[in-house]
Write a protein that binds this ligand. Sequence first.
Ligand code: GLN
Length: 386
Amino acid sequence: MPQPARRLEVFTESVIREMTRLSNRHGSINLAQGFPDFDPPAELVDALATAIRGPFHQYAVTWGAPRFRQALARKHQRFTGLDVDPDRHLVVTCGSTEAMMVSMMTACDPGDKVIVFSPFYENYAADAILSGAVPVHVPLHAPGFTFDRDELRRAFAAGAKAIVICNPSNPSGKVFTRDELLFIAGLAEEFDAFVLMDEVYEHIVYAPHRHTCFATLPGMWERTLSCGSLSKTYSITGWRLGHVIAPENLISRARKVHDFLTVGAAAPLQEAAVTALEFADAYYAELQQAYDRKKLQFLGCLKQTGLKFTEPQGAYYTLLDISPLGFSTDTEAAGWMTREVGVTGVPGSSFFREPEHRYIRLHFAKKEETLRAAGEKLVEGLRRRA
Ligand code: GLN
């Protein structure tokens, strides 16, 4: 028999998605894969009900339905000030998962090196490998998840074609400061590299931290592929609506990749999502307040377990330090938590390049009552174990 492709031997299936399956099998509370258990805004659901009866059952334009692209460009301009032309600077993708893959394939040839911080969202290394590129990891050092500037410079100097930055960052919760981003921008310019931004958590940032859109930094529009999504901002992870925003010379190439990968995102969903993109500023303020409350509530519970954990500056993840519990690996700990405590998280090792088994990643994009139930189980179960 022929051997299937060797490139698939060097990475595993997503551990995040595997933990969801494990949670479903055991009926545990799933704080592993980051998605809400609350409904999206009612207005948006109504818009979908209307769209589904409309004439939107065939392919939309491959790089995005015009009305959706126009609304997206307006919304992006409203928050970043960038003058995005919906016909030249945008491609709509099936979630930011596809947006990242498209960006990687647009920027990199086989053999090119891509800098990926560690810890990192697990897709980035897989995207690099699937594109034939080689991930080069630069650590973000706990507890502040800061990078060593000399180390990053050396990684660029070794010939990086691109760098991937998740800001706000999954799983560390880091929000890169403007100063850090300016430093990276300087290196990207000096070593002539692309910057692949994952900004899906742009609207979930805890004060006093602030999100800086990388492409707005001086000289960075030209070399940045900004990936975003409606999943987290409007609580619609199942709609799979993402996008890449970049200058025309990059988008014309990104569209080709997207066209042959997926043809296009679902037409009725693009039509309905225009409603979300037109929400007033108050929507975003309320979203932030809701996440402020969830963070306070959930981290308050974790405090009672007596274990240490990271406090996110943005996004909705925390890394719980389970090292005092005496497990030999985080995977074993995550299995035990699912079976014995009734709460599922993601073994932290799946986000690190280094052999780091100290953490379980938990997320708090859940209803108050879900967080309360999970909190009670964790306090009880982890205390028992400790
Ligand atoms: N970003 C989410 C997480 O890290 C899930 C994304 C996904 O599974 N596509 O859990």
